[in-house]
Design a protein around this ligand. Structure first.
Ligand SMILES: [Zn+2]
Ligand SMILES: [Zn+2]
Length: 318
């Protein structure tokens, strides 16, 4: 991977609320090292809620449903409670998350990428949301540019604005439930803080590690990679080179060994009648065994201002 330092944007802001919130979560998770707070029920709940808030909330809902619209849910309103589950992961409101991620796809591994690995592993992993570029501030113009479809929806606007209620409610709920069995602090620390830290770092690994290490099946214009251990930690999101090549595909694991639990969950939802219009990559095996795409590809999900070289030129001058 190149370690060239890309040009730094002129204006940046330190996001103190995010930094302090993340620091508090990390301190809370460190309490798990105290044996007094350990319980197997807390660990089990941690794993279960990691799957629910990370696997279903972030990977399936925030990413494949809301960002790329790779399938639809039935009934349509199911999208709202699923978005609330995603908010429990403490990764911000869905509109901001979607906007940041669509911008990542538009400028992958470029100066204007939301979390370009060209600025170093730690920037791609977690530095990007601590020091905001002027061009990625979560304001109305940013939302309207990158996520106009969600911004038009008043319920999504409400969920985005008050997203912090959902992780806090999840912490209160696990504490209250645990307290019933005399395990309030144990469940809060393991199913609340440890679970959240685990979801955050595994999500961030997709942005950092899956643009640095691993193999590349498709010659995308970025450095995205397929990385098995990130895929294992993120319910299939680590098949990231496949995803950059076929961004609207609901299935990211394209070869037989590329296990994709998020796609399995979408298939299950489809079987139960809860999902439809599932988009899949049309890929064929090439003569050398690599996967090739036979038709034109859809690059960017619905926005009012689709990415093109002209808009990139304009933003470059920010
Ligand atoms: Zn990427
Ligand atoms: Zn994506």
């Amino acid at each position: 991977m190149s370690t060239t330092t890309a040009a730094q944007p002129a204006r940046r802001e330190i996001a103190w609320p995010s930094i302090l919130y993340m620091a508090a979560l990390h301190v809370g998770a460190l309490l798990a090292f105290l044996p007094a707070y350990f319980s197997w029920s807390g660990v089990l709940l941690c794993v279960l809620l990691h799957w629910l808030t990370g696997g279903i909330g972030i990977c399936l809902t925030y990413h494949r449903l809301l960002t790329h619209r790779s399938f639809t849910v039935r009934p349509r309103w199911l999208e709202y409670p699923m978005t609330a589950i995603g908010a429990m992961a403490s990764e911000g409101g869905a509109i901001g998350w979607v906007a940041d991620h669509r911008r990542h796809h538009a400028y992958s591994d470029d100066d204007l990428d939301t979390h370009s690995p060209l600025r170093g592993f730690m920037w791609a992993h977690m530095g990007w949301f601590m020091v905001c570029d002027a061009g990625s501030r979560h304001d109305e113009a940013y939302y309207k540019r990158w996520a106009p479809d969600l911004y038009r929806d008043p319920i999504h606007r409400w969920l985005d604005r008050y997203f912090i209620l959902f992780p806090l409610l999840s912490f209160a709920a696990v504490y209250a439930a645990g307290a019933y069995y005399g395990l309030g602090m144990s469940w809060l620390i393991w199913a609340g803080f440890v679970r959240t830290i685990f979801v955050l770092h595994t999500t961030w690994l997709v942005n950092s590690a899956s643009h640095i290490w691993g193999y590349r099946t498709h010659a995308t214009r970025d450095q995205s990679t397929n990385l098995w251990w990130v895929a294992a930690l993120t319910y299939g999101e680590g098949w990231h080179n496949n995803h950059h090549a076929f961004q609207t595909s609901a299935r990211h694991g394209l070869d037989w060994w590329e296990v994709d639990p998020t796609y399995m969950a979408i298939k299950l939802m489809s079987f139960l009648g809860l999902a439809g219009d599932v988009k899949l990559a049309k890929v064929l095996k090439g003569p050398n065994g690599s996967l090739i795409e036979p038709g034109p590809r859809t690059i960017i999900p619905p926005t009012d201002t689709p990415h093109d070289p002209k808009t990139k030129m304009q933003e470059s001058s920010v």
